[in-house]
Design a protein around this ligand. Structure first.
Ligand code: PLP
Length: 364
């Protein structure tokens, strides 16, 4: 058995010799599309009457929340597994995740018959963990946050020879998730602006390589101000980690910016912005109440970003990437809690809140 040793990494994460840090090309995205078309439905692109009115623009929602794992990342997982070096087929894959990257790799591993180990942080979104296990992967709970889980997974990979699936430094993942952008172009070749949430930056990189390159559309990346490592890296031109990444949108959690996605975004992203967790919470609620679509915090960051830029979007054709729907029940209650609007204190009396929300839902 070959166990790979880590090689020099341009960022704070561990990379192995099989991590080619060359950005994917549009041709790679077209190859990925042939794989994705065999395994996944195309996701709907639906005009939002409500947001079109609010923003005085032509606003479309890219419904990647409708994918079988409830998030866009499975596009990348399937593309990577479809081209996995056979030496890893038995030894399997390992990844660290707050949930959706783990679901993607677990789902793709099941599809291609490859064993999968996923490291999640100590207090994960239990719905996501349950889904990962349902797809047949082995789950390990490690450390406090995503980066603790990541370091553990990196160590396991070098000790046991698993293929470490990085959440961003993987051209095949980026090319896979970029297929969402090709689908947008097919239906809406005149798109002006795409708003896309950014955690590790794979999804936004994908939109830059597709709608950015082909339609010359603006791609605007949205991070949580509580987890802004990629934002700072982009603005300040470095790859320095931040001390914390405590956003309630766990899909956007990383203290560390990543080299490959930072390179692509540095070259091609039009703009990067941050929104508060409170703005994200309100966006989740707005989309539930007005569109009757359930998004997780990370999935609603694009909506929060567009609402923040309302004055710049009038008359434009705008696409909002709805990246995922895996909101825990607990966070759903929090998102719908009108009392939290006045008092965002997390210690509010949960029993009363639940009753109020139950009544509210009954009234609809
Ligand atoms: C991972 C994730 C993101 C962030 O995507 P990156 O490619 O890491 O920037 C956004 N939304 C959801 C639902 C996610 O799971």
């Amino acid at each position: 058995m070959t166990a790979y040793e880590p090689v020099d990494s341009p960022d704070e994460t561990t990379v192995f010799p099989y991590h080619d840090l060359t950005p994917p090309t549009l041709a790679d995205v077209f190859s990925a599309q042939r794989v994705i078309d065999r395994h996944l439905p195309k996701t709907p692109l639906v005009r939002s009457e409500f947001l079109s009115g609010e923003l005085d623009a032509d606003v479309y929602l890219k419904r990647d929340d409708t994918l079988p794992t409830g998030a866009f990342k499975v596009r990348g997982g399937l593309n990577l597994c479809s081209q996995l070096d056979p030496e890893f087929s038995d030894r399997g894959l390992i990844a660290a995740s707050t949930g959706n990257h783990g679901q993607s790799i677990a789902y793709a591993g099941r599809t291609f018959g490859i064993p999968v180990v996923i490291a999640v942080p100590g207090e994960p979104n239990e719905d996501k963990v349950e889904a990962i296990e349902r797809f047949g992967a082995e789950v390990h709970r490690v450390g406090r946050d995503y980066d603790d889980a990541r370091e553990w997974a990196e160590k396991q990979a070098s000790e046991h020879g698993y293929r470490y699936v990085h959440s961003a430094n993987e051209p095949l993942l980026i090319a896979g998730v970029a297929t969402a952008g090709l689908e947008v172009l097919d239906e809406l070749p005149d798109v002006d602006t795409v708003f896309c949430p950014i955690g590790g930056g794979s999804s936004a990189s994908g939109y830059c390589l597709t709608v950015g390159e082909v339609a010359d559309a603006d791609v605007v990346g949205v991070q949580s101000s509580n987890a802004d490592a990629m934002y700072r890296a982009w603005k300040e031109g470095h790859l320095d980690p931040q001390p914390t990444a405590d956003t309630l949108a766990e899909g956007l959690q990383s203290r560390v910016p990543f080299a490959l996605t930072s390179e692509i975004l540095g070259e091609k992203l039009t703009e990067m912005m941050t929104v508060s967790d409170e703005a994200i919470r309100k966006a989740v609620r707005t989309i539930v109440e007005r569109e009757h679509i359930l998004l997780e915090g990370a999935g609603a960051a694009s909506v929060a970003g567009a609402l923040d830029r309302a004055d710049e979007l009038a008359g434009k054709t705008v696409v909002l990437q709805l990246s995922g729907r895996n909101l825990s029940n607990e966070k759903l209650r929090w998102a719908l809690d009108t009392e939290a609007d006045a008092d965002t204190d997390a210690d509010a009396d949960t029993d009363t809140d639940t009753d109020a929300n139950a009544r509210k839902l009954d009234d609809e």
